[in-house]
Design a protein around this ligand. Sequence first.
Ligand SMILES: [Fe+2]
Ligand SMILES: [Fe+2]
Length: 141
Amino acid sequence: MDKQTLIDNLNRDLANELSAIIQYITYAAKATGPYRPQLAAFFLEEVADEQAHALFLANKIVALGGEPTTQAAPVAAAASNHEMLEAILKAEVQAGKDYTRRAVEADEYGDKGLAVQLEDMVRDEMGHSEECERMLRDWPV
Ligand SMILES: [Fe+2]
Ligand SMILES: [Fe+2]
């Protein structure tokens, strides 16, 4: 794992974290119906975690000599509460997979501190996806 590839991959992760922040803020605004208070609160709670992830990645990219991206990845369109939760579940599962892979790459590069931090982020993202999956499990139809 060479440094530039690691920086590029961390920048893709950063673009996804910036997207997650936008996704949660937008979905909190769009949540409707009797579950709106809980859904909006749940979405907004996640923003703090994703912001911390984005901040860590931006700092690490600079520490490695790279330039942090300011371009967020696209946010999935969602027309209902259910579609928003489905889109979030998909994004959170993917984030868990991405950080699992990135932690291996950080180890290969020889940065144990980064590997440990990325594994912590795997735990965060899995917490997010499990919570989301449990909400969808008994979603009224
Ligand atoms: Fe995140
Ligand atoms: Fe997350």
